[in-house]
Design a binder for this molecule. Sequence first.
Ligand SMILES: Nc1ncnc2c1ncn2[C@@H]1O[C@H](COP(=O)(O)OP(=O)(O)OP(=O)(O)O)[C@@H](O)[C@H]1O
Ligand SMILES: [Mg+2]
Length: 334
Amino acid sequence: MASLGESRPDFRSKTVATLCSKGGVGKSTLSAQLLDNAARLGLRVAGVDLDPNGTLSRLTGTVAPVGEPSVREVLEGSATPQSVARKPIAWQPEAAADRSWLQGGPLLPGGEVHMVPAPDRGLDAVTSRSGTDVENALLEAITMSGFGEHYDMIVVDPPASTSSTLYLALNASQHLVLPLQTESAALSGLILTLEAAIKFSSNTGRPVNGIGVVATMLDRTTEHTETLEAARAWMSDRFAGQMTVLNPQIPRRTIIADSAARMIPVSRQVTGSGRYGDVAARYAAVTLSVVASVVPEKIGPIFDALEALNMPDELAEIVYAGFDTTADADADAS
Ligand SMILES: Nc1ncnc2c1ncn2[C@@H]1O[C@H](COP(=O)(O)OP(=O)(O)OP(=O)(O)O)[C@@H](O)[C@H]1O
Ligand SMILES: [Mg+2]
């Protein structure tokens, strides 16, 4: 991870945004799977939907119906995030309490998913305004209302943008994960986004921590491989090896669209055979890297509980792929 600025303690330090200026790269899907996986690891998590299309709200079945308050009122300052937050039943770990973690159930108790949803329509009227007040509105709402106190981690899902919503997200989020759909147009989106984040940090003095790039929708075409290599080369040059493409990568799979259509987490798509879907394991692994960065104090007990599962080797290889386990057989966060 790369420290792109200096540190100052507030709820920003609990908040992670999935960012890319290019559309359709898998940001909202990643946000949703981060919420599910973190909650199943025992964390209290909240998602904040900043996208006028409301994708994360749709994925979790929490879109605020016409006439009901949403993130729009939060950004306007007329409602607190906790007053508009929804608790999507299907996304609570307790809804899968009868399943093992390997089948989409909880690993540790106490996890919860709440959503600060987008409205059915009209969010763009607020998010498209520019100016310091608007761009600080989310951080202010999270901080002033004490909303941040209730959660271990907050996941902010902005739309593809290089304008006001990007700054809404950056002001509220110290940590970034950057989905990279591995095609060349998306690489320029990644570079644009990271350069904007660095500039933001130096202009505002607010620290920005790049957790890493998540390669999404990977298949075996040459373009994917070449783009991934180009991304690695650019980051190694720009961040001196401190920020990387996270392991493992996310392949392109129809299970993603299936679970989106059913408004359930990908991990719940796993059927009774006991074989954890490899895509689900990959999102779980990426979540471990995010949790290790955002809430490092939680990672020890999580690794202990994972160890106790005695996962099959091929699954353990995926789940621990983001961590150097060769030097330490106990797979401690390092
Ligand atoms: N690993 C994957 N395999 C297959 N399909 C995927 C994968 N990840 C995401 N998708 C699909 O790609 C589409 C775009 O994903 P998503 O909405 O997460 O992207 P986004 O970056 O948030 O888009 P936007 O710019 O609209 O916010 C969705 O239909 C989603 O179901
Ligand atoms: Mg999205």
